[in-house]
Design a protein around this ligand. Structure first.
Ligand code: NAP
Length: 349
């Protein structure tokens, strides 16, 4: 029996927006998450959500580290909004699942029911229905669920590789934009500072920075806790390791000045998961250098007015989660770097 579809949908999913009408799914308050798909959509049975770090940290600050309370909050947000978009941070995450149905006008007709994929568009715009939360892992921000998600015709995804376990793949795909952008921005001999360098995206950025800056480059990693500093040390990618609080801008600036003989960094990558770190990055960048704000806790206002306030002529880049080839770049790090693969397997898989 042939399936019935709900008719043609917009490539960007505007047809799924319940309110306010006329906006795109990401800024929308509420989406229709019905598993009855339109002709150009993909329906996926979801089994793991990887909640964005800024969002997961915010939920814990609100309800504590109790898995039941975290599950309750995630269910409530998703039921209210039809998507897992944290109303405080605005951020989402991504999912892993198995294709259930490919709409007849979905662009990739090579996908088949049963294929395992990871979404590469944010949960903050992905129609999601959760039937049950089966487990919450407070150590890796991953939540096991039974539910369905819909990808629009414009939705990005990756087929899961066969040589990398899925929880491991998911952990790097979630932050794939950061190392891929780093690879594109770092030049031979550059001085690169990664703020939050011991975190999930931070270590991947360190790998790409080291690779592209070469032995003449100066790679500096900054983080806060002893555990993060230990992780950085274990990977052996940084020439200098700074232990500091990234919200203390002047202290960070002084320490970066020491590590660079006063020249400061050509490129600063911000991959922390807390607010209030814009100025540390801006002050650590050389004149006409670049700051790449990957962190979702970045404030445009604080960055723009802050740079102006201290008279810093620096280029500031918003961390687009997507750049061409980002999934392959991130997965390749697991193939190229044994230390990172072992560490991520221990932490996330
Ligand atoms: P993560 O693994 O939690 O890493 C964050 C790092 O920041 C940790 O190493 C943490 O260190 C460090 N940190 C926290 N407070 C600090 C402080 N005061 N001073 C110095 N370092 C501090 O997070 P992630 O998964 O890599 O994500 C990083 C950021 O990227 C988050 O804001 C996330 O929302 C964002 N993100 C953006 C996109 C995008 O598309 N732009 C996509 C995914 C994620 P400690 O453990 O020592 O506290």
């Amino acid at each position: 029996m042939s399936k019935t579809y709900r008719g043609p949908g917009s490539a960007y999913g505007i047809h799924r927006v319940i309110n306010p009408k006329g906006v795109l799914p990401q800024p929308a308050e509420q989406l229709d998450a019905s598993p009855h798909i339109f002709d150009n959509e993909l329906l996926v049975d979801v089994d793991i959500l990887n909640i964005d770090s800024a969002s997961f940290t915010q939920i814990i600050s609100e309800v504590g580290k109790d898995p039941g309370a975290i599950a309750g909050r995630i269910r409530k947000i998703t039921a209210d909004r039809g998507k897992m978009q944290n109303p405080v941070t605005g951020s989402g995450g991504m999912f892993i699942g198995r294709v259930r149905e490919v709409g007849p006008d979905f662009p990739d007709q090579d996908l088949e029911p049963g294929d395992r994929i990871a979404s590469l568009v944010s949960l903050s715009l992905t129609p999601l229905r959760i039937e049950a939360v089966l487990g919450v892992n407070v150590d890796n921000d991953q939540v096991e669920i039974r539910g369905t998600a819909v990808l629009f015709a414009s939705g990005l995804y990756a087929r899961l590789p066969v040589d990398i376990p899925q929880a491991l793949a998911l952990s790097v795909l979630d932050v794939a934009g950061a190392p891929a952008q780093t690879a594109k921005m770092v030049g031979n001999g550059d001085t690169v500072l990664v703020v939050g360098g011991g975190g999930k995206s931070g270590l991947l950025c360190l790998h790409e920075a080291r690779k592209h800056a070469g032995s003449g480059g100066n790679i500096i990693a900054l983080d806060y806790s002893d555990e993060s500093i230990e992780r950085i040390r274990g990977c052996g990618l940084a020439d200098h390791i700074i232990q500091a609080d990234a919200s203390d801008a002047l202290d960070v600036m002084e320490k970066v000045s020491e590590a660079t003989d006063g020249r400061m960094a050509d490129l600063v990558i911000n991959s922390v998961n807390i607010p209030g770190t814009e100025m540390a990055c801006i002050l650590s960048t050389r004149d006409r250098g670049r700051v790449y704000f990957f962190s979702m806790a970045t404030s445009f206002t604080r960055a723009a007015l802050g740079a102006e306030g201290v008279g810093k002529d620096v280029e500031m880049i918003i961390g687009n989660g997507y750049t061409r080839g980002h999934a392959e770049t991130a997965l390749n790090i697991l193939r190229e770097n044994r230390e990172i693969r072992e560490l991520y397997t221990r932490l996330f898989a």
